[in-house]
Design a protein around this ligand. Sequence first.
Ligand code: NAD
Ligand code: UDP
Length: 314
Amino acid sequence: MHLQKRILVTGGAGFLGSHLCERLVEEGHDVLCLDNFFTGTKRNIEHLITKPNFEMIRHDLVQPIFLEVDEIYNLACPASPVHYQYNPVKTVKTCIMGAIHMLGLAKRVNAKILQASTSEVYGDPVVHPQKESYWGNVNPIGLRSCYDEGKRCAETLFFDYHRQNRVNIRVVRIFNTYGPRMHPNDGRVVSNFIVQALTGQDMTVFGDGSQTRSFCYVDDLIEGMIRMMGAPDEFIGPVNLGNPGEFTILELAETIIRMTGSTSNIVFKPLPKDDPMQRKPDIALATEKLQWTPRVNLEDGLKRTISYFKAMIE
Ligand code: NAD
Ligand code: UDP
């Protein structure tokens, strides 16, 4: 049996946030979902609105907020390159002001707080697969820097609040995660390819498609986040969460064409600047400390995601 807690999920109307809220509501917690609806939507959480243990707050995390909670999951931040580069200064503000405001809140009300960090802190990695001990290879002044450096500085703030103010923190570094409720236009590769395949548009492979990514299904990721929040206080991370299965982007395009029976053609477009060439998590730490390992393989996860987009498009 779980003890019921008051839990704040920032970015709760987004892709990952809505799945996390759903899971926490099911577990009987009192869930406060905070979002400014930049990339999140009410549709993602509409099935939760009628639940007595779910509440929604429209708020921009760049501004402070005062709430009484026991735990905070800090997810607010656009995650797709198209969205975080739309207003890069705002992305930096969300990462940093958001972290400061949530850490200040955690300190004041003595809440435990988990940061949704990212594999992007490793930049274009020269160490493969990436372990938590790797410090990364990040361009500080490029197009992706608002997100990469914003997330790196947020990690710094988490660890400094922990050392300086004894805030009870957890940091997870999330690798590419996909599943139902991804925004159809958010530009991320899995949603782009599925929507293109289902609507018969060209599949836009950037570069020659030889760059790799490791794709984690959303349910696995949420399980990992919840385990990390519940980990003993000595283990604060950072810990990688992701599926170590590694695929080239071209392989992903071909798999989606096959699975959807699409007649779409693959077309090659220029590789965006600073696009990492390879990415694969070393999850030994999560396995050891959280007994966590992803269960859903790429084809099974894609099947569920394709069904979601099919229903949305038809
Ligand atoms: P998403 O864009 O679907 O969700 C982000 C949510 O934050 C949205 O609902 C958005 O409206 C909200 N938001 C943005 N700026 C805000 C602000 N200033 N104030 C309040 N709300 C704000 O993206 P996601 O994939 O669900 O990602 C959630 C978190 O996980 C992000 O912090 C992201 O960096 C991290 N992450 C995700 C992935 C992934 O593959 N999905 C990988 C690494 C890290
Ligand atoms: N990508 C692609 N076609 C698209 C969208 C993305 O080839 O329509 C590539 C992109 O260049 C990158 C990979 O897919 O190499 C993953 O991109 P995404 O934006 O999903 O995530 P990230 O680059 O942040 O890992």
